[in-house]
Design a protein around this ligand. Structure first.
Ligand SMILES: [Zn+2]
Length: 531
């Protein structure tokens, strides 16, 4: 079963990743854009005209050079290990380990790891439930519901979206706006910053419509769509020796550079440095490493990531971050700075760039995505084609000479689907379901077993938003239990395997005990132990 799953996962991910997000030339022109924006009316932090100049009227020399790091598709231990190869050992100028944005789709995603990755400071964003282009409302909103219910990500933290295959439409943008997303990042900046017609705009709001991809997206541009306060964060391409005819967007290291026929790490490193330098010496528009981490995994069976390519990407980041005022950031962090731009001399005061872990009792045993707290509490839900971990919680009763465990965020009774992204939980007879993250508690402090918030001071107080992402646009407020609770636990399944690189304190998480219960006194009839 497991090998079948792994093979299916690999085939699926390599398939979706390989044709995800390529461009071959300019995707817009000033004629096609027909863009005009009244800068006297459009003002930060809620409005920003599409412009190649830095926000807030800052001089480029006062502007940080941001490298946005993103990953797309399923969150699994090996995809996180893959990202950690590039980020875990680094520090930004303020001493914090860089954060990144993970555009997560439901398929094959391990929800426990989503919680862990989020609590490690990274941004979790939406990439649809089943990885389809031009997605329906249910594809977009269902994924947000599932991430909130099953991974405990607050709704106010789910701000961003990227369309699978970068295939978005005007309707996609309108659907995101209606669901109260903050930004989309599916559009392409496809013309070099050194070209007078460049479309390398700083992130902008759609108060005056789109200015990117005007040759590609029907009904876009020339003032449309008007979505006040909704942001587009363009994806900035690298360009090889062919200039505008040689763009490289996602996973540029998989492309053949300079019109060649096969990938070439040395040539790729050269053009990545050249494009970075053009941004750095110009208006300092951000640049991005937009990755499908499975291609760079060294821990996934069947993937033969090139060590030379991995080394090359690290060489690029070593080189870039050795320069003054270079930061590796998530989209969320980039946007926070754009909304309230301050010169580089004040960056240490920018909250969004800080790394302050929540102050929570290290001995508290709750599945909150923090290694010390959830250590030993993790297990898998068993589904035919998902590797789906969730938290389990310890009970005081044991018939296995080991603590008896139960599901925490609660394995759903059935796989989440478009029509049912928040299924009822499996709940053993006589026990209560786990309470999902409510609107008045943040992920780190929520005890889903005790149904209480461990936050006891103003410093950790939290109020989430509700959003119209429920069925037929109904408000979704979080909390609850996901439905009725008459199920029984699934049989045991392979142990949780944490992502490893750079996060050594996670070792030991995979030791757990799982008991299936039927009958008397919590009814333990079968116990199995996994390491
Ligand atoms: Zn994708």
């Amino acid at each position: 079963m497991l090998s079948y799953f792994l093979l299916g996962f690999l085939t699926h991910l390599l398939a979706v990743a390989s044709d995800d997000g390529g461009i071959t030339g300019p995707t817009t022109s000033s004629d096609a854009a027909g863009y005009s924006c009244d800068a006297s009316k459009c003002k930060l932090p809620t409005c920003n005209c599409a412009s190649t100049s830095p926000p807030g009227g800052l001089k480029p020399s006062d502007v940080p050079m941001f490298i946005v790091f993103t990953a797309d598709d399923a969150v699994q231990s090996y995809t996180l290990d893959s990202v950690n190869q590039f980020l875990a050992q680094r520090k930004n100028p303020n001493g914090c380990v860089p954060k990144m944005t993970y555009f997560t789709s439901l398929m094959y995603t391990n929800y426990t790891l989503v919680t862990d990755w989020f609590m490690a400071g990274n941004e979790i964003a939406d990439h649809t439930m089943t990885h389809v282009g031009d997605p329906s409302v249910d594809e977009i909103n269902g994924n947000a519901v599932a991430l909130n219910a099953l991974a405990g990500i607050s709704q106010s933290s789910l701000q961003g979206f990227r369309a699978p295959f970068l295939n978005y439409s005007v309707n996609t943008l309108k659907r995101l706006y209606a669901a109260q997303f903050t930004y989309d990042s599916s559009a392409t900046s496809s013309i070099p910053v050194t070209d007078p017609g460049t479309d390398a705009f700083w992130p902008y709001t759609l108060d005056y419509g789109m200015a990117n991809d005007c040759l590609e997206v029907e009904g876009s541009c020339k003032g449309q769509p008007v979505l006040p306060g909704f942001w587009e964060i363009p994806m900035y391409a690298f360009f090889d020796e062919l200039g505008v005819a040689g763009p490289h967007l996602m996973d540029p290291w998989l492309d053949a550079p300079n019109g060649g026929s096969k990938p070439d790490d040395a040539a790729t490193l050269t053009y990545m440095k050249d494009t970075f330098t053009a941004h750095y010496n110009g208006n300092r528009q951000p640049i991005g490493l937009y990755t499908h981490p499975i291609h760079l995994s060294t821990t996934y069976p069947g993937v033969n990531a090139s060590k030379s390519t991995i080394d090359m990407i690290n060489q690029f980041l070593d080189w870039a971050t050795a320069q003054q005022n270079v930061w590796i950031v998530s989209n969320e962090q980039l946007l926070a700075w754009v909304k309230n731009p301050v010169p580089v001399s004040q960056l240490n005061n920018v909250d969004a760039l800080k790394c302050t872990p929540p102050q929570i009792d290290a001995s508290a045993k709750i599945c909150n995505g923090i290694p010390n707290n959830e250590n030993g509490l993790l297990s898998h839900c068993t589904f035919p084609d998902f590797s789906f971990s969730t938290c389990v919680s310890q009970f005081s009763v044991s018939l296995c000479s080991q603590p008896l465990n139960d599901f925490e965020y609660g394995c759903p009774e059935v796989e989440p689907t478009l029509s049912n992204p928040n299924p009822a939980q499996q709940v053993p007879d006589g026990l209560q379901p786990r309470f999902r993250l409510p609107a008045n508690c943040s992920t780190a402090f929520w005890d889903p077993i005790g149904n209480k918030c461990l936050c006891a001071s103003d410093s950790c107080a939290f109020t989430d938003i509700s959003r119209p992402i429920g069925p037929a646009g109904a408000n979704f407020t979080g909390g609850g239990t996901g439905g009725s609770s008459n199920g029984i636990p699934q049989p045991s399944s392979p142990a949780y395997v944490p992502f490893s690189a750079g996060v050594s304190q996670l070792s030991g998480l995979s030791h757990l005990v799982l008991c299936a219960s039927v009958g008397l006194l919590f009814g333990i009839v079968e116990c199995s132990k996994h390491f």
